[in-house]
Design a protein around this ligand. Structure first.
Ligand code: SF4
Length: 377
């Protein structure tokens, strides 16, 4: 039976963080939203009757803004519509402030077995500078509580290149995080997304960000400290202890099929990529009056798909499996990208070993430059 990943978007946050460019709105989810999600499952699940869902991911927004009753109902409805494997990885993103004992107990009962926690930093002044509403102590307590209650597959997010953050601050955050009972970390540098408060501050010259040298030192600290504590960098932004890679995210990088539900959710089934239109109100209105959600559908051409295959595989430690590439596209990689690969190898940004082409240490730091070389037009 072919597998499928399920993504459920919960685009609600109690307050908006100053740097966030994701689609979400600042209020609690309503039961009406769960009704609409249920309608989308009614419409779409019949096409996936022969699929076994081996990963489920509740992302946001802030999925832990769902009430306990809403979460229970959502998980029950999902399992009534889709065939979910007994060994599925079921991840839920949570805000530390929501992780009370009662909430965690309920999540576990509902089937959640992996939690991704938005921790971001260990210094409270930096957390408040980026508009996060939790403190480092709250995050630490929440992580330890979840572990104690039996969630042993925990991931946390950290950020670097924050305004006012020093190399020492980031190193201290890393050293603090590796001693928490987590086995996966996603580490992101701050990207200034258009339209966010941070981007506006930067435009007005009122955002003191780390210098290039400091950013490079932070990057090096991340690559040095995490592996020293057993966290392997298996993807550009992701580190995991052995056996704890994110199975759901690997589906994105390996071009496997996943179905996204909710406004702004993306799906990829074969070569068809679909994105539901953002907008909770419009989504609810369409679904609750018996219509499918408005969505953009794109069928990837041979070239688009090959480019995507290269970018996404290069994000991962193992890189592009050269035999796999040849089988999929009929010719070896040098047929399409001979000059680019040669140049990137000469600059020591790519390396070939044991039938795989992958980013070097420096290549991973200059990922976007490398990926651009794999655009065919
Ligand atoms: S970063 Fe997360 S919690 Fe903050 S506004 Fe964005 S989605 Fe919401």
């Amino acid at each position: 039976m072919t597998s499928l990943g399920l993504y459920i978007h919960i685009p609600f946050c109690r307050s908006r963080c100053d740097y966030c460019g994701f689609y979400s709105i600042g209020r609690k989810p309503t039961d009406r939203y769960i009704d609409a999600l249920t309608k989308e499952m009614d419409l779409k699940s019949p096409d996936f009757e022969d699929r076994l869902c081996d990963t489920v991911y509740l992302g946001g927004g802030t999925p832990s803004s769902l009430s306990e009753a809403q979460l229970t109902r959502l998980m029950k409805t999902l399992s009534q519509h889709f065939r979910i494997s007994d060994t599925a990885e079921i991840t839920m993103e949570m805000n530390p402030c929501d992780m009370s004992e009662s909430y965690l107990k309920n999540a576990m009962r509902a089937g959640v077995n992996r939690i991704s926690i938005g921790v971001q930093e260990k210094h409270d002044h930096l957390l408040s500078a980026i508009g996060r509403r939790h403190t480092a102590k709250e995050a630490e307590t929440a992580v330890k509580r979840a572990y104690r209650m039996g969630f042993h597959n925990l991931s946390l997010d950290l950020m670097y290149e924050l305004p006012g953050q020093t190399v020492k601050d980031f190193e201290a955050s890393l050293r603090w995080a590796v001693h928490l009972p987590v086995n996966h970390m996603s580490i992101y540098s701050l990207i200034l997304e258009d339209g966010t408060r941070m981007a506006q501050l930067a435009e007005r010259g009122r955002l003191a960000r780390p210098s290039e040298e400091e950013s490079w030192a932070m990057y090096q600290a991340m690559c040095r400290i995490l592996p020293a504590y057993g966290f392997e960098r298996y993807e550009i932004s992701s580190f995991a202890r052995k056996g704890y890679r994110s199975r759901h995210n690997q589906k994105y990088w390996e071009l496997s099929d996943y179905l996204g539900l909710g406004p702004a959710a993306c799906s990829r089934i074969g070569r068809t990529r679909t994105e539901n239109t953002p907008g909770v109100r419009l989504y609810e209105k369409e679904l609750l009056t018996g219509h499918p959600p408005q969505q953009e559908v794109e069928t990837l051409s041979d070239t688009d798909e090959m480019e995507e295959y290269c970018f996404l595989h290069l994000r991962m430690k193992e890189g592009i499996p050269l035999d796999g590439f040849r089988k999929r596209y009929g010719e070896g990689i040098t047929h399409w990208y001979g000059d680019a690969v040669k140049m990137l190898k000469e600059r020591k940004l790519l390396k070939e070993e044991a039938g795989h082409l992958f980013l070097t240490y420096h290549g991973a730091a200059l990922g976007n430059f490398v990926f651009e070389q794999f655009l065919l037009d």
